[in-house]
Design a protein around this ligand. Sequence first.
Ligand SMILES: [Zn+2]
Length: 367
Amino acid sequence: MLFLVTVCMAFAAPSFSVSDTSIVADPIPVKKPKNIVLLIGDGMGLTQISAGLYSNNNHLNLERFPVIGLHKSYAWDDLVTDSAAGATAFASGVKTYNAAIGVDKDTMAVPTLVEILEGRGYKTGIVATCSVTHATPASFFAHAASRRLYEEIATFLPKSGVDIFVGGGKKYFNQRTIDNRNIIAELEAEGYTVNDFDAANLPEISGTSGKKFGFFTADEEPVSLLNGRDYFIPAVEITHQFLTEANENGYFLMIEGSQIDWGGHANESDYIISEMIEFDQVIGKVLDWAEKDGETLVVVTADHETGGYAINPGSTMEKIIPAFTTKSHTAALIPVFAYGPGAELFSGIFENTAIFHKILETLKDGN
Ligand SMILES: [Zn+2]
């Protein structure tokens, strides 16, 4: 793949001459970002984005991205991926089977971006509007044969190196059925301060470099925005503050807008649109920070589309008339948006696994 890119760029270079062997047609160097933010809108296909945009006065922060690509979302064993295989492709760069969490098609653990970048001294963070043990966040810190092994997935978090996490699923840590372990106590033993997150009573985390934080937002799955969830934007703000404070080495942050997918499964257009617009507000915050610091690569994508969602004839900007082909996921190509140093690598059409490789490519020494 890289070889092909190099060859194509060599032939595209204006100074390239077949007879002039003294010219080495190197690829154009990529500027190396200090920080990486990967935002995943679960189930966010082009129609979800379109409906969110029309319902939001014809604008989204996604319009601010200069680089747009498309990825092929299919899993190793199924043209229609699930969130586990989709997130494992982003986190570890391998095509695997549906339900796999951080393992390849032979159920062998594969290193994740969190593990790789922790090993290079980056701070890491995970924020989700589902439980932290759910498929997408889990694929960044755990290795399990099945996404349904929530309690097993929870046991990976204390030693994961993740510096800050926010999401639901507390019961998988302290009200366990497979054993009597208290994983919250194990997190505390590894240096974490663990709290419940209440947006009305924001936690104080400044001046706490060197510490780790975990915030649970629900015992099970957090509710939808329409049903009162209010922590997503404050959680992202606090996480960003924590990751940038006294941090020379940079950070990797994965943010998931988890419930765009659930609106798709429910075939509820208003659920999709509300979650999409809130996710876009989070994207706007991240873009503001990246524009200000000039050293953060921001990548936004989805694992797959959900619902076979369509905007049918008769719709207006004020009122979308939705239709759905399924209560499951679909296999459509998925948009990728990139901003910041290294963003240019994300144009074109590529496999979902390429997102992992492109992120690491931007961080290569010499960039
Ligand atoms: Zn789903």
